[in-house]
Write a protein that binds this ligand. Structure first.
Ligand SMILES: [Fe+2]
Length: 261
């Protein structure tokens, strides 16, 4: 299995709080059968002011420490970016940590508000898709406005967005309504792939195996392999990792960036 969403880099956000915790998270991931990780710290202006250079350096440092422990573990980086007006400026400046780029289209891991409906999000996603950037919406099962109105989420699906759910949601590690919505999404084939969204060793661990079993029971081994192995492997192989790439942006985005998010 490959984990494409993990807050394993130390001291960048609300994930790992130390290098020791990061190394322990790696150990835990390996024991769970996870073979590669994309580190995805938050980028959330005013709360987690991370930047691609800072994330790259942290990834390099952690990789080095892992090597020193005698292990070799495939580690790349991207970011979980809060949908915000600054996003288009970052794209224009070429400083966005892409989740993947396969030569024709980009994937971007985006986080919305859990509680408040993100007005303006649809227009932003539309503009991203026009630029061959696929929004991968992180943990949609935890957004209360979509739990209450799944039809609204379908508008984003029809637009071309992808949905990455959190493994722990399937096991009830969040609210019961998040669990039920995640299970419903699996049954209805609305899930693009599953990731741990791990933050620590205890309440939000780097763990996928038990969620894999859960999906196997619901949808069979083939589908579970798609959601935990095949799609994450495609994303991992196309994750630029240490190499920033730049999108050729030809449109200004004034009407979008002024929208309420
Ligand atoms: Fe996350």
């Amino acid at each position: 299995m490959i984990d494409t969403h993990c807050h394993i880099l130390p001291n960048l956000d609300d994930g790992s709080k130390s290098l020791q915790e990061s190394l322990a998270m790696f150990d835990s991931a390996q024991k769970d059968g996870i073979e590669a990780i994309i580190a995805t710290p938050h980028i959330n202006p005013g709360r987690f002011d991370n930047h691609i250079d800072k994330i790259r350096k942290s990834t390099e440092l952690l990789s080095e420490y892992i090597s020193q422990t005698g292990h070799s573990f495939p580690l790349k980086f991207a970011a979980e970016i809060r949908l915000c007006p600054e996003l288009f400026n970052w794209i224009e400046c070429g400083v966005v940590p892409w989740l993947s780029y396969d030569g024709s289209k980009y994937h971007l891991l985006l986080e919305l508000s859990t509680v408040h409906y993100p007005h303006g999000a649809f227009a932003i996603c539309q503009r991203l898709i026009e630029q061959n950037i696929i929004p991968v919406i992180a943990h949609p099962e935890r957004y209360r406005y979509w739990q209450n109105n799944p039809l609204d989420m379908l508008k984003f699906e029809k637009l071309g967005c992808e949905f990455q759910i959190t493994a722990g949601s399937l096991l009830g590690r969040f609210r019961e309504d998040a669990k039920q919505f995640a299970l419903q999404m699996v049954r209805e084939n609305k899930v693009s792939w599953v990731a741990s969204d791990a933050h620590n060793l205890t309440s939000r661990p780097v763990r996928l195996s038990d969620a894999y079993e859960c999906v196997t029971e619901i949808s069979g081994t083939r589908r579970a392999n798609t959601l935990f192995i095949d799609r994450p492997a495609e994303i991992y192989s196309c994750c630029p990792g240490f190499i920033p790439t730049k999108v050729d942006v030809t449109h200004t985005t004034q009407e979008v960036v002024t929208s309420e998010i």
